[in-house]
Design a binder for this molecule. Sequence first.
Ligand SMILES: NC(=O)c1ccc[n+]([C@@H]2O[C@H](COP(=O)([O-])OP(=O)(O)OC[C@H]3O[C@@H](n4cnc5c(N)ncnc54)[C@H](O)[C@@H]3O)[C@@H](O)[C@H]2O)c1
Length: 348
Amino acid sequence: MFKPNTYKGTRVFISGHTGFKGAWLAFWLNILGARVKGYALEPYTNPSLYNILDLENTIESEIGNILNSDKLNKSIRDFQPDIIFHLAAQPLVRQSYIDPVNTYETNVIGTLNVLEAARKCKSIKAFVNITTDKCYENIEKDYAYKETDKMGGYDMYSSSKACSEILSASYRNSFLKENGFLLATVRAGNVIGGGDWSNDRLVPDCIKAITTDKEIIIRSPKSVRPWQHVLEPLSGYLALGEQLLNGNKEFAQGYNFGPENTSVLTVEDIVKLVIKYYGQGNVVIKPDTNFHEACLLMLDITKAKTELNWHPKYNAEQAIEKTISWYKNYYSNTDMKIFTSKQIEEYM
Ligand SMILES: NC(=O)c1ccc[n+]([C@@H]2O[C@H](COP(=O)([O-])OP(=O)(O)OC[C@H]3O[C@@H](n4cnc5c(N)ncnc54)[C@H](O)[C@@H]3O)[C@@H](O)[C@H]2O)c1
């Protein structure tokens, strides 16, 4: 875990702060006393965590496209950050089949634009590029991927993130060796937590079905994923960011952040837990063979444990319990800024 004071007064630039993980990260860093600026498109879900947490008025927020390099350069230059967490992306596998060009433009060219903007800004000491566990070549075997495994990706989302990884390594070699900022990449598993209303994600799909009295439709009940609460990978990103901010060059590389093996559950197991904690919901299984998605995905987290002393705190059941509790409170009109702060305090 990172030291609570590390981010106090630190200038943190987050791309993708209007999205699910970016909003949690921006809110958490604000609690830690950081000076936070976010840059992203308008939130594309309604409701959105960004609006619920009132981030527009809590941090410095700019609505902009990472493909607009002039605007992005100015945004970063004006803010003079110490560190960048780059989360802006087209993050959905199914959407990448529908719009492969936008997926590649955003995830590859967009990442290059953020790196280039960072290279022009001398204040930056550290850069954390958020990719995914799907960046590894999936061999569909009972095997947990290590950081040294081959990059790959059957679908366009996964391969675009593998490209983002390769781009980062090449960028580090080409431009950052002598006195550039320290650049690391992070690969997390399937993240769950309150405030996600994206399409084609398991827990948000369950919540939308339950709250509108519809059946929960699942496509691949036996698919296995490393499920984890959103605060888990974010705490890993912050721990890694701390090392980079301290100038520890050996941390400028790739890290996996996933759950313990016991939290690697099937889609069906997760839905059963959602129904248990919500206290309602009916499932229907409708296999969809139109889109290929990996069936088996696990991460080896030994490196983060040994080098960063980072350890998951919640198992899958606890992660679901916290997530469902968040949504139930939201739908009961609880003050979600207070509730979200409490979940963060509890985690810390
Ligand atoms: N949620 C998960 O389970 C998960 C798992 C592994 C990795 N990730 C990665 O974490 C990051 C955040 O994911 P999320 O779940 O919060 O996604 P999200 O869809 O909720 O948020 C994506 C963010 O990126 C921004 N964005 C997209 N295109 C942009 C563009 N062209 N210019 C500027 N901003 C743009 C959106 O406005 C939004 O703020 C992504 O890089 C994703 O690939 C997510």
